[in-house]
Design a protein around this ligand. Structure first.
Ligand code: SF4
Ligand SMILES: [Zn+2]
Ligand SMILES: [Zn+2]
Length: 301
C-alpha cells in the first residue's frame, strides 16, 4: 500500500478514511486531527498552561507527546492510585517519559494522603472501585490545576472511549450525562477548572500507531480494576460494527455531538453548586461525595 500524499510505502492504513500514510504523513494527519479538535471547541491556546492527566497508558502519554511536539505548554499530573504492582509500573513509565523530554510532572499519591489505596478505600466505603477512583481523580484534577496555576486539564479520552460512554448513556437513558458528554467541559463554578479531551477524534488503534511511530514507552496492561467493566463490552460491540461498516464509531459520536447533545442539554435544569463544607470543591450537597466516601471508609478528614 502507498501513502496517499507522497506515494512512498505506507506504514499505517486507515480503513475508516479508506486511505494509508507513510510515517511523516501519518504524523501530519494525527496532528491535524488534534488541531481540529482543539480549534473546534477552543480548548486552549498557546499561552494557556495545560495540565495533562497521565496514567502511563498510550492515550495519555500520546496526548502529552502531541502537545509538547506541537509547542504547547503542557505538564503532566500522575495520580498514584496505590494499586499494588500496577501503580508502580505505570508510574515508572510516566516518570521516564517526563525525564526524557524535560517536562514538568506533578505526582499525587492516594495512599500517602489517606493511608489506603483506591481498592481498600472502595472496599471500606462499600462502593465500586471505579466510582471511588473517579471521584478522587476529579478532585485531584481540580485541586492540582488550581494549586499549580493551570488554566485547563486535558485527558486522553479517545473516540472509542467516548463512543462507548455514549452507548452506555443511551442504553440507560442517562439524560444528565448525555447533556454533559462533550470534548470540553467549561469550569462552571469557582474552584473548578476547564476539562478537555483533545484526542476525541482519534481511535485507540490510531493512537497506538502514533505511540509506536513516536517510540513512546507506555504501560500495555490495563488497570486490574477494569476487568469486567461494562465499557469494555460496549467497545467490543462497537468494534464489531466498525469491522462491518468502517466509520460507524465516528458517525455515532460526531453525529451525537453535532445533532443530539443539544437536545439533552436543553432539557436539563441548571444545578446550584455550593462549596463542600470539608474540601471546598463545588457540590450540590453540603458535603461532596468524595468527602462522604472517605468518611464511610473511616478516613479522618
Ligand atoms: S479501571 Fe477503575 S480503578 Fe482503574 S483507573 Fe480506571 S476508574 Fe480507576
Ligand atoms: Zn507520505
Ligand atoms: Zn468535599
Amino acid at each position: 500500500m502507498k501513502c496517499r500524499k507522497c506515494g512512498q510505502p505506507a506504514v499505517v492504513a486507515l480503513k475508516r478514511h479508506n486511505t494509508a500514510f507513510c510515517r511523516e504523513h501519518y504524523l501530519e494527519f494525527f496532528y491535524g486531527q488534534v488541531d481540529r479538535a482543539v480549534k473546534a471547541y477552543r480548548m486552549f491556546a498557546r499561552d494557556d498552561r495545560i495540565l495533562v492527566a497521565v496514567s502511563g497508558g498510550k492515550d495519555s502519554l500520546a496526548l502529552w507527546d502531541v502537545l509538547l511536539a506541537t509547542g504547547y505548554q503542557a505538564d503532566g499530573l500522575y495520580i498514584d492510585l496505590g494499586i499494588a504492582g500496577y501503580s508502580e509500573r505505570s508510574k515508572e513509565k510516566v516518570v521516564a517519559f517526563a525525564r526524557a523530554r524535560g517536562a514538568g510532572l506533578r505526582v499525587v499519591s492516594v495512599r500517602e494522603k489517606y493511608g489506603l489505596g483506591i481498592r481498600e478505600l472502595a472496599r471500606q466505603a462499600r462502593r465500586a472501585a471505579c466510582s471511588v477512583c473517579g471521584l478522587h481523580k476529579r478532585y485531584f484534577f481540580n485541586r492540582e490545576a488550581m494549586e499549580g496555576g493551570y488554566n485547563v486539564v486535558a485527558t486522553g479520552h479517545n473516540l472509542d472511549d467516548e463512543a462507548a460512554t455514549l452507548l452506555g448513556n443511551l442504553l440507560n437513558w442517562n439524560t444528565g450525562y448525555l447533556a454533559r458528554q462533550a470534548p470540553l467541559l467549561e469550569a462552571s463554578a469557582p474552584n473548578l477548572v476547564r476539562k478537555v479531551k483533545p484526542l476525541y477524534r482519534l481511535t485507540e488503534k490510531e493512537i497506538a500507531s502514533y505511540a509506536v511511530l513516536r517510540r513512546i514507552d507506555y504501560i500495555v496492561e490495563e488497570c486490574p480494576m477494569a476487568v469486567g467493566a461494562r465499557s469494555i463490552l460496549y467497545k467490543h460491540l462497537l468494534n464489531r460494527l466498525e469491522e462491518v461498516s468502517p466509520g460507524t464509531k465516528a458517525r455515532f459520536l460526531f453525529g451525537f455531538l453535532e445533532k443530539g447533545r443539544e437536545a439533552f442539554a436543553a432539557g436539563e435544569e441548571e444545578v446550584q453548586l455550593k462549596a463542600c463544607a470539608i474540601c471546598g470543591q463545588p457540590t450540590t450537597a453540603d458535603i461532596c461525595s468524595r468527602c462522604r466516601t472517605l468518611r464511610r471508609a473511616g478516613v479522618k478528614l
